[in-house]
Design a protein around this ligand. Structure first.
Ligand SMILES: [Zn+2]
Ligand SMILES: [Zn+2]
Length: 258
């Protein structure tokens, strides 16, 4: 798998900022309320609670694998992650590091509704730019949580992100048709245990067709999304696209930080 550095991705980052600017203008006209940046607390009056300094200085995922969006440098001759993936492509606008990691942690563990809107609008702008001249997936599949984890957390962060895209582009979303068995978190396991931990963790009784988009907050090793991709392909999907807010750099995965 060859790596496409920039190419359409630079174009799409420009598209993301244009999209976010339009959302901000619309929000200001509609609400005219002062807002504070969630990262530095200065006034921002924007639609997504990030000021004009913090938004552009986020860890944007501009240099990445064109298929799996792994942040990567031009020194690599080929992506070290792609060969094991069953999904077809990934749209991931941010890297999971520094302030982006803070936003994701709050989204997952602090009932982060504001962070859900920030990351959801950034992901929405990224996919809107990506599919400006391409055929959209017919169905959105947020990665489900197990019943145990959903009960503990009270919400599924993937649905919070996915529903913003589904609403804007009028794409149906799957909320209940896929079940996830409760398994230990991957970070707590050895490499050997990780390899088998996720096998068979998703089940469904329905069939699918056409292109589907899987949505999650963070793409780490890709094992979870890939397991879900395998199920959807086995149940009739022809192509799987992956949309995530942030992609973990290989070095962070190797250090066990994510
Ligand atoms: Zn700020
Ligand atoms: Zn790749």
């Amino acid at each position: 798998m060859h790596i496409s550095l920039n190419g359409w991705r630079v174009t799409h980052i420009v598209g993301i900022f244009t999209g976010l600017a339009l959302i901000t203008v619309k929000f200001r006209l509609n609400h005219l309320l002062p807002r504070n940046c969630v990262l530095c607390d200065t006034d921002c009056a924007g639609a997504i609670d990030l000021c004009e300094h913090c938004l552009p200085t986020l860890a944007w995922n501009t240099h990445c694998c064109s298929r799996c969006a792994l942040p990567i440098s031009s020194a690599y001759p080929a992506c070290p992650a792609c060969s094991t993936f069953d999904f077809d492509c990934a749209v991931v606008p941010l890297r999971f590091e520094t302030e982006v990691a803070r936003l994701v942690q709050r989204l997952k563990f602090n009932n982060g509704r504001v962070e859900a809107r920030i990351l959801g609008q950034i992901l929405l702008a990224a996919v809107t730019a990506r599919y400006a001249n391409a055929r959209w997936p017919e169905l959105i599949v947020p990665v489900p949580l197990s019943a145990t984890r959903l009960r503990r957390r009270g919400y599924n962060q993937a649905i919070l992100l996915a529903s913003q895209i589904a609403r804007k582009h009028r794409i149906p979303i799957i909320r209940h048709a896929i079940r996830r068995r409760h398994r230990p978190p991957q970070q707590t396991l050895t490499a050997a245990e990780r390899a088998t931990n996720l096998v068979g963790s998703f089940t469904t009784t329905r069939t699918f067709g056409g292109t589907l988009a899987i949505v999650d907050d963070v793409l780490t090793t890709g094992a979870t999304v890939n397991e879900l991709s395998r199920l959807l392909l086995a149940r009739g999907a022809s192509e799987i696209h992956v949309w995530c807010a942030a992609r973990a750099p290989l070095e962070a995965i190797a250090r066990g930080e994510v």
